[in-house]
Design a protein around this ligand. Structure first.
Ligand code: CA
Ligand code: CA
Ligand code: CA
Length: 273
């Protein structure tokens, strides 16, 4: 009976972990979509590729549509940075008109049109342009270069997430210096466009560029270890099974109740391997 009760406790404990995670995803503001910057463990070399190999193992991944993904981290080395790696798996060609676009809502306040605290990073064919909201649309502004608002590189190359050559953007965005683009929690919309077949992929799905209320919320995780947002459901089930088996094993070896300490799993999560 004790075994049964303890096993039931293990299952309930792990199910509650899953529920907490689901609740975190649901407890969003604005559009209801959220994502996180994880703490930077390896400051990336901004070369538009997953090199060196030990970079970008410190991030969770957000799908942009079905064929692109982005991961990001944050750190406070000199100023506050958010660093991004964007992979467009279905863009395998270098075409005039290919672009990456990131809309930023400085304080995640939303709005029905771009205002003074809304910015738009736009990179088309390797040329970066910065825009600011006017209240009804966008106007181009001169980005800060010292310190630089945005440092980026883009290539067509492979990565651990996608072994076919595809479009990659890698960038470092300064949050609290230069133009002062973003506060701690900010709003974001990411779009990638492949001109070869006119494919536009957007996160949050179906969000409009000019309606900040439809953008997602970008928050941050202050420290590791972590359980990534979007924790793989299959992995949770697997861990649950392992925990139950471990519980049964230890109960068999030591009939008297013992406390089992759980250690958070540090997981490097990949969409494509
Ligand atoms: Ca790199
Ligand atoms: Ca394509
Ligand atoms: Ca292309």
């Amino acid at each position: 009976m004790k075994k049964f009760l303890f096993t039931a406790f293990c299952v309930l404990a792990l199910c509650s972990l899953l529920l907490i995670n689901v609740e975190t995803v649901k407890a969003a503001e604005g559009s209801g979509y959220t994502r996180l910057d994880w703490p930077t463990q390896v400051p990336p070399t901004i070369d538009g590729q997953w090199t060196p190999a030990n970079e970008w193992t410190d991030t969770d991944w957000t799908m942009i549509g079905e064929d692109a993904a982005c991961g990001s981290t944050w750190d406070m080395l000199d100023n506050v940075h958010t660093r991004w790696f964007i992979e467009v798996f279905n863009d395998t060609t270098d075409d005039a008109g290919d672009y990456f676009e990131m809309c930023i809502d400085y304080d995640n306040a939303g709005g029905s049109a771009p205002g003074a605290t809304h910015y738009r990073i736009y990179i088309e064919n390797g040329i970066f342009t910065l825009f600011q909201g006017t209240g009804s649309g966008w106007t181009e502004i001169t980005p800060s270069t010292n310190p630089a608002d945005v440092t980026f590189a883009t290539t067509l190359s492979t990565s651990p997430n996608g072994t076919l050559v595809h479009r990659i953007y890698e960038m470092n965005i300064l949050k609290n210096a230069g133009t002062n683009l973003a506060s701690i929690t900010w709003g974001v919309r990411v779009a990638v466009y492949d001109a070869s077949d006119g494919t536009l992929l957007v996160w949050p799905p179906d969000s409009e560029r000019d309606i900040p209320n439809e953008w997602g919320t970008n928050s941050y995780e202050p420290e590791i270890p972590w359980v990534p947002e979007g924790f793989d459901i299959g992995l949770v089930v697997l861990l649950s099974s392992v925990a139950v088996l471990l519980g049964l094993y230890f109960l068999r070896k030591t009939p008297k109740s013992k406390v089992i300490a759980y250690t958070r799993q540090e997981t490097n999560y990949r969409y494509r391997t």
